[in-house]
Design a protein around this ligand. Structure first.
Ligand code: SAM
Length: 491
């Protein structure tokens, strides 16, 4: 065997394997990065940013170069694709079809990374975990073009090998060329049938969705996974008191939403450039999140004194909407957030609305117990319901994350119950459908006997499950897979 890759026959595995230990590698790399950063950086500095100095040589193909650098930064440095790529496109003035190609290539490669690694592994003499990060990034891009974009094989292989060379990995050119050529010798359908059985989802996430769908899983699991791999359209929120959804739809060329009275769907365009968003009249917010913020304000509460609390408020999407509703209702929102930089984001989001931001741990925020009419716990969670928005996330998260979060979620909900007045309402929500983070936490609180659960379905759309809580889904509603339950504190 030459060139460091396996022949097709030798490369075939007998049994499909679980996706490579990508999440494990990411965890180790994250720990190493954190240790390095602690040594190098002064306190308070954030994630690594793109630096022009580290840019590889040009191959005369700007979209693929931008895709390569983004994939590399995400996989090697822990950057976020949705922050890195738009910056590169802007900086290099990549627009129109080139920008669309770069976006599809980058996000698609990251979203299908586990599948691509299986295919690369089946054609490489070296385990994927031992391939140099630059070479692996180029291989993943090449494999994605061959398997999912149907780019001509020679173009996919040739540009990827040139990326390897441009990244100063000359010695690996033959290896990269051999792996990719080996992939092209088997029909695409065979690779996908073997390794992409669940619309590019790790097995544990498939199981989590199936458990959340319950009896509907047999009929709907495939559509749920498929919808979770499609790019969502932008949802705008028209802030009540500032602009109506009808006006916002007219001025932005969008469509009014189906479920939230504040929602507008934007099929294309950069929402950050909209004047209404810049002026704070509107924001970007999933329609499901809008319904949750609205539910907090709408559930009847006797003798509502207008003392509302958002216990996990950063970066402030729901605080801004509840703040706008509070302004109309003559209420006031206290917004608690443990991370100071996220508290700054809340301040920006809420502007002059009647919202007071407090940096504190929601489990013991130093606020008066038994005093709030309405409390929202939009709990820190695995984010499994919003995987569409961060293409790499499904391969970075692990099931262990959920167990770690469960304790915090329970403690935050218990604190919210303590802060609510008797007869007050507590809304518990997650952007995850995983039952351990949703019903599991609510049922545990109910078992303590100090709350009753109300039917949350009147505050949402149809087809949200058996109740009393609400589970939304991308494949049913076009929203993120948001969950919420409504509790009332017993006297
Ligand atoms: C799901 S996000 C909330 C999103 C927010 N409600 C919105 O709509 O923009 C959860 C937030 O809780 C914060 N958080 C995590 N642990 C916390 C704690 N112990 N107390 C308060 N906030 C916490 C996180 O930093 C994060 O900003």
């Amino acid at each position: 065997m030459s060139g460091g890759f396996r022949s097709r026959a030798a490369g075939r595995r007998q049994e499909p394997k679980r996706p490579t230990g990508f999440a494990e590698q990411q965890k180790q790399q994250k720990q190493q990065r954190q240790q390095k950063q602690q040594k190098k950086q002064p306190e308070g500095t954030g994630r690594q940013r793109y630096s022009v100095k580290s840019r590889p040589a040009s191959i005369g193909d700007a979209p693929r170069e931008a895709a390569f650098e983004t994939v590399l930064r995400v996989t090697r440095d822990g950057a976020f694709a949705n922050l890195t790529l738009p910056g590169l496109l802007r900086e290099r003035k990549i627009t129109g079809r080139d920008a669309a190609f770069a976006t599809e290539l980058t996000y698609g490669t990251l979203r299908t990374m586990g599948v691509l690694d299986e295919v690369i592994g089946a054609n490489s003499s070296r385990p994927v975990a031992q391939i140099n990060p630059e070479v692996l990034a180029a291989l993943r891009l090449g494999a994605y073009q061959v398997l999912y974009m149907r780019v001509e094989n020679h173009a996919a292989v040739d540009t990827s090998v040139r990326l390897v060379e441009a990244a100063n990995q000359d010695k690996a050119k033959g290896f990269a060329n051999g792996v990719l050529r080996s992939i092209t010798r088997t029909p695409v359908e065979e690779w996908l049938a073997k390794f992409d059985r669940n619309h590019a989802h790790p097995e544990w996430i498939v199981k989590s969705f199936a458990a959340a769908l319950g009896d509907a899983a047999e009929a709907e699991l495939d559509s749920a996974l498929k919808a979770d791999s499609e790019r969502p359209i932008v949802h705008l929120v028209a802030r009540p008191g500032e602009i109506t959804a009808e006006e916002l739809a007219l001025t932005t060329g969008g469509r009014q939403g189906k479920y939230s009275p504040y929602a507008v769907y934007l099929e294309e365009g950069d929402p950050g450039q909209l004047q209404e968003v810049r002026d704070g009249l509107a924001g970007v917010q999933d329609e499901g999140s809008q319904l949750i913020a609205r539910a907090l304000a709408e559930v009847p509460v006797d003798n509502d004194q207008g003392r509302w609390l958002d216990l996990c408020a950063g970066p402030g999407g729901k605080a801004a909407l509840t703040g706008a509703i509070a302004a109309i209702d003559g209420a006031h929102v206290d917004a608690v957030e443990v991370a100071p930089h996220r508290a700054d984001l809340i301040r920006k989001a809420v502007g002059n609305l009647p919202v007071t931001v407090k940096v504190a741990d929601g489990r013991d925020p130093g606020l008066e117990a038994g005093s709030y009419d309405r409390v929202l716990v939009d709990a820190p969670c695995s984010g499994l319901g919003a995987l569409r928005r961060r293409p790499e996330a499904r391969w970075v998260k692990t099931e262990d994350d959920i167990a770690e979060l469960n304790t915090l979620q329970s403690e935050l909900l218990a604190s919210a119950v303590n802060l609510a007045k008797p007869g007050g309402v507590i809304v518990y929500s997650t952007c995850s459908p995983d039952v351990r983070e949703t019903r599991g936490i609510v049922d545990k609180q109910k078992a303590l006997g100090n709350v009753e659960e109300l039917d949350a379905r009147p505050y949402a759309m149809d087809n949200v499950g058996e109740g009393p809580s609400v589970q939304m889904w991308p494949h049913r509603h076009g929203t993120d897979a948001m969950f919420f339950a409504v509790l009332r504190k017993l006297p």
